[in-house]
Design a protein around this ligand. Structure first.
Ligand SMILES: [Zn+2]
Length: 435
């Protein structure tokens, strides 16, 4: 049995009960002041356990240092988790329930018995028979995303500070806010974190190590028609709404949408359309794992806009494409050591690691392109952002043991290769990091 189980349970249960829902409508940082309720608690607990340089940033982050126990290490390793929870489902009054030694039966959530976790629909749950499973009670999400990561990092910090004979270099801890609304990496974060390499603890299945994310662009199509009183409109009015509908309808719907693609395929996704007969705006996100694919999606959209424009020269149609984030593999493939050591640490902790490209971005996507290579490590969290969210405490313990192995591997790792730079373009430093 893992020595970390009871500590992880105690911390996790305490942290998830603190409401830290992010607020996408807010323009402040953090988006909701309640995120400080957990940040301040974590800062206090880090101080009490003897961490150094515990600092709270006004924009919503807590940093701390676990000082090196060996001179050998040349690099500072960052460990990151976000305290906010997704606004899509209630994070207020969370009542976590521990289902000990899970039997493999359906789990009916007591506060809404229509919410059922069944291993028939959730095969990974079936694999976790015998584990201690934590769920919410039916009316809220659980917040394992990412308080599982928070609890794991706190358990790692406490363990390393209590056991200075474990050899490791300097470790920087960062607890961040607003990851769920795409504002998790403010410009000052890399400078404040002061890490050479970092890991987000924000992944799912046991053994999962992510270093491939989507590359992402956002497109805005603006259609200006010709507005005239409909009573006098014959041969004069140009209706922007009809032209917008034509553009959307001309985009491939059976082959290039999120609902028609999987695996390594990319897509164009119409996320919003608004306006009037005189002017319409279409917001579209473009996603692909490869630069060439992303460029092709942009070219296709431009071609469709050009064709509709050619059919109605009195309208004005513009299409602006803005880079959002890039596949972190572009940087990591120049020096895969952060990934290779994570894979090795996983094996040392008794877990068979695997890597899958994820169809989204992480805070690590932005951090990596800002110069801090940041793969994402598993925590165990499942069915996130909804009432069926759950996590296995044994998965969290496996992640804790993996990180403790990982910092020791870094202590004896060789010097860095040449600084990681992407092979080609350098994407713009704007846009949201996560979706
Ligand atoms: Zn997360």
């Amino acid at each position: 049995m893992s020595p970390f189980l009871s500590e992880l349970e105690e911390r996790f249960i305490r942290y998830v009960k603190i409401d830290t829902t992010a607020d996408p409508a807010s323009t402040t940082s953090p988006s909701s002041q309640i995120q400080f309720d957990l940040l301040n608690l974590l800062a206090r607990e880090l101080q009490e356990m003897g961490a150094a340089q515990v600092e709270t940033a006004a924009y919503g982050a807590v940093f701390a240092t676990i000082p090196a126990t060996t001179e050998a290490s040349t690099r500072t390793i960052g460990l990151l988790a976000h305290v906010d929870t997704a606004p899509q489902f209630s994070g207020t009054n969370i009542k976590p329930i521990v289902h000990r030694n899970y039997s493999g039966e359906d789990i009916v959530l007591p506060d809404d018995p229509s919410r059922i976790l069944s291993p028939k629909e959730l095969p990974y749950l079936g694999q976790r028979r015998g584990d201690d499973i934590v769920t919410a009670s039916g009316t809220t999400l659980l917040g394992a995303d990412d308080k599982a990561g928070v609890a794991i990092i706190m358990a790692v910090a406490r363990h390393l500070l209590n056991n200075p004979h474990i050899p490791h270099g300097p470790i920087r801890i960062g607890f961040t806010t607003d990851e769920e609304i795409g504002r998790g990496v403010p410009a000052g974060l890399p400078g404040a974190l002061k890490a050479d390499v970092a890991y987000t603890l924000d992944g799912a299945h046991r053994g999962e190590i992510v270093y491939e994310t989507f590359s992402a662009d956002a497109a805005k199509v603006v259609i200006k028609g010709v507005a005239i009183h409909p009573g006098w409109a014959k041969d004069k009015l140009v209706n922007a709404a009809h032209l917008a509908a034509k553009i959307v309808d001309t985009l491939p719907q059976a082959t290039l949408t999120p609902e028609s693609t999987s695996g390594r395929q990319g897509f164009l996704h119409v996320v919003g359309m608004s306006g009037s007969a005189s002017e319409m705006v279409i917001d579209i996100i473009l996603r692909d794992f490869e630069r060439e694919g992303l460029a092709a999606h942009g070219a296709l959209l431009q071609k469709v806009c050009d064709a509709v424009q050619a059919g109605e020269p009195r309208a004005t149609i513009t299409c602006t494409i803005t880079p959002q984030y890039r596949n972190m593999r572009y940087w990591l493939e120049n020096d895969l050591q952060p990934v290779e050591l994570a894979l090795e640490a996983c094996r040392k902790a008794g877990v068979e690691p695997f890597s899958v490209p994820i169809r989204g971005g992480t805070d690590g996507s932005r951090l990596t392109e800002m110069g801090v290579p940041t793969p994402n490590l598993f925590t165990g969290m499942q069915e996130i952002h909804g009432p069926l969210e759950w996590v296995s405490l044994q998965d969290m313990a496996a992640a804790t043991e993996t990180v403790i192995e990982l910092v020791q591997l870094w202590a004896v790792a060789g010097p860095p290769k040449t600084p990681a730079e992407p092979a080609q373009e350098s994407p713009a430093k704007t846009g949201s990091a996560v979706d």
